[in-house]
Design a protein around this ligand. Sequence first.
Ligand SMILES: Nc1ncnc2c1ncn2[C@@H]1O[C@H](COP(=O)(O)OP(=O)(O)OP(=O)(O)O)[C@@H](O)[C@H]1O
Length: 303
Amino acid sequence: MTARQLSRRFGDLLAVDGLNLNVERGSVHGFLGPNGSGKSTTIRMLAGLLMPSSGDIEVLGQKLPAAAEAVRRRMGYMTQKFSLYEDLSVRENLEFLAHIHGLYGAKGRQRVNELLGRYHLDSRQKQLAGTLSGGEKQRLALAGAVLHEPELLLLDEPTSQVDPQSRRDFWDALFDLADAGTSLLVSTHYMDEAERCHRLAILDHGRLVAEGTPQHLIEALPFVVVRLHAERPRAIQQALSGVDGVSGIAQLGASLRVLLRRDLDRDALVKRLNQQGFSVQMEVIAGNLEDVFVAATHSGGRS
Ligand SMILES: Nc1ncnc2c1ncn2[C@@H]1O[C@H](COP(=O)(O)OP(=O)(O)OP(=O)(O)O)[C@@H](O)[C@H]1O
């Protein structure tokens, strides 16, 4: 799946701005970005559900929107919003989808049984979908999205409503699909999920601001990450806010985690805080994906 110079305008707002994106076959590509950065808009264009204002999309060797109908049969799409019938049972929902995809009779039943087993929904098959737990609903939605064995799966914050163990199980299911050759683009706000992706794309204000493997993005971080141990972390946070080269200040219990521009004189900074009456110890620590996210999107209040 490739998008070139993809843009979408809503009135005065350029929600997606010249985006270039490539999702390799059989890979899990994470899609990150602050609220409103354009992830859902992009995914809806890639799914053929929203017309781009400009740019090219090629999915599975075919161009969108021209081949949208044909491509849709080879792709799956799932959002955070539960889109199945709440007043149909689990089995009925999947059988209904099987019919839509032209799987009738024994063939359809066999596929539904297979999915009920794979997504641990056998014991729930007679239950109305609306009464399932959040995690079960997501598993059912995934079963529905992959029923027709799509080659590309687009997932828009699929785990936003589920607990950590269910999120892990869900991601194991995603990797099973990738191992079987499916390409996946998954938007998420969870850094533990982002860490698991083969590659990541980070959006900010509709623009691609970082792209690469999680490891590469962490290594390329243009900041040194430090932990400041001190007695009055809130007061130090205030003293540091607005200082040139200091960003992403976050309090972690009794200490502060801070991003410092690489060329910043760290000893001078500690000295300056000491002179201001703060007794501070600075420790350089390893960066993580949250640091990458904050640095790329400036959402940590970069000066
Ligand atoms: N149909 C629409 N009409 C007008 N503006 C829209 C429309 N759809 C999206 N937008 C705007 O486009 C911007 C991007 O929205 P989008 O939903 O793509 O962001 P997002 O990255 O998915 O956000 P979140 O993480 O909160 O889900 C937002 O400012 C949103 O209000």
